[in-house]
Design a protein around this ligand. Structure first.
Ligand SMILES: CC1=C(CCC(=O)O)c2cc3nc(cc4[nH]c(cc5[nH]c(cc1n2)c(C)c5CCC(=O)O)c(CCC(=O)O)c4C)C(CCC(=O)O)=C3C
Ligand SMILES: [Fe+2]
Length: 323
């Protein structure tokens, strides 16, 4: 851990009370051409949970678990809600931090899951006099700590299925859908988001042993209907899957935040119930001890090289659907 003098956990952020919800959503979709109807729909998801996303508490829990395992002060800053990255960097500068390692709560390459975090860190640094240097730790989708946590949680979810269906149950891995154009330019050579997800899923399946059938499908599609996003959607997939039971494995996320508890535990679970398909959902990595230990292991690695400019470029800002 020689070269860093702090760890900065960087996350998405989420509302914590009803009045936070719309301002948070406006932060998220600024300039992105997300239809108003979609925004109101998503607002209802948050209000159904009392206007609070679970994600901030999950960050607090992760930090509480990581702090005793690393020999550095741990800070936390979000892209879209308090505590904002800029405020955290200001505090870090005041505390004399010169160089921080950033652990981002997103494991894969793509504009949304990597470059957008880098861009927001850069914007926040530019706004803070004397801001520390920030080095983003590498992608960890294939790290044994992440894979072990997901394999453990998948095993546990298989255990919650009726005994007679367990052996033939299909693993349905899910990740956030992104626009097809964004998927095409993910990573240095393009296509990295989907390729990394398939790699992580296959490592989890291998760790479970045997040759269980699995699929990778998408959830939480946003955006205007005329723009293609990765498909199939998890609910459409469940309606036609040929298996006696399913375990949903949200491999694309690292905590059980709103897109997991609403889109999977409410929507997909209801879809499965309607057609009589036994279904359980694996927990995300969360504060699994192997995932927590992974953060310290990443800190001990040689400093990762920065992404090149061609990696995960920003999508064009969209003015919205044609009228
Ligand atoms: C790849 C990816 C991840 C995984 C990587 C990572 O974890 O970062 C992720 C995570 C998350 N996405 C989240 C929330 C939202 N994402 C939205 C919209 C969008 N997501 C996108 C992609 C991703 N999103 C994209 C391409 C859009 C379209 C707008 C744009 O181009 O930016 C919207 C707008 C409303 C709507 O859903 O339409 C919301 C509210 C939360 C917080 C949940 C909580 O509050 O607990 C989390 C962790
Ligand atoms: Fe999202």
């Amino acid at each position: 851990m020689g070269t860093y003098d702090a760890l900065l956990v960087v996350s998405f952020g989420g509302p914590e009370k009803p009045d936070d919800v719309m301002p948070f959503l406006e932060n998220v979709v600024r300039g992105r051409g997300i239809p108003r109807e979609r925004l109101l729909e998503v607002e209802a998801h948050y209000q159904r949970f009392g206007g609070a996303s679970p994600i901030n508490q999950q960050c607090r829990d992760l930090i509480a678990a990581v702090q005793p395992t690393v020999d550095l002060p741990v800070y936390w800053g979000n892209r879209n809600w308090h505590p904002y990255l800029e405020d955290t960097l200001r505090q870090m500068a005041a505390d004399g931090v010169r160089k921080a390692a950033a652990f981002v709560t997103a494991a894969y390459s793509s504009y949304s899951s990597c470059r957008q975090y880098l861009d927001d860190i850069a914007l926040a640094r530019a706004a803070v006099e004397g801001a520390p240097e920030v080095v983003k730790l590498r992608h960890y989708y294939d790290h044994p700590g992440f894979i072990a946590a997901m394999a453990d949680h998948t095993r546990e979810a298989l255990g919650r299925l009726p005994d007679e269906h367990r052996d033939a149950a299909r693993l349905v891995f899910t990740a956030h859908s992104i626009p097809v154009s964004m998927a095409a330019t993910a990573g240095p050579g393009g296509g990295a988001y989907e390729a990394q997800l398939r790699r992580a899923a296959s490592l989890v399946v291998a760790e479970l042993g045997g040759d269980r059938e699995w699929d990778l499908v998408w959830q939480s599609r946003s955006g205007a209907p005329h723009i293609p996003w990765l498909e199939p959607d998890v609910c459409d997939h469940l309606l036609q899957v040929d298996a006696p039971a399913v375990v949903l494995v949200p491999i694309g996320f690292v905590s059980d935040h709103m897109e997991v508890v609403y889109d999977l535990d409410v929507e997909a679970t209801e879809t499965a119930r309607k057609i009589g398909l036994p279904l359980t959902r694996a927990a995300t990595a969360g504060t699994h001890p192997r995932f927590v230990a992974m953060v310290g292991e990443l800190l001990a690695e040689p400093e990762p090289a920065a992404c090149g400019a061609e990696c995960c470029p920003a999508p064009p800002r969209r003015p919205g659907p044609p009228r």
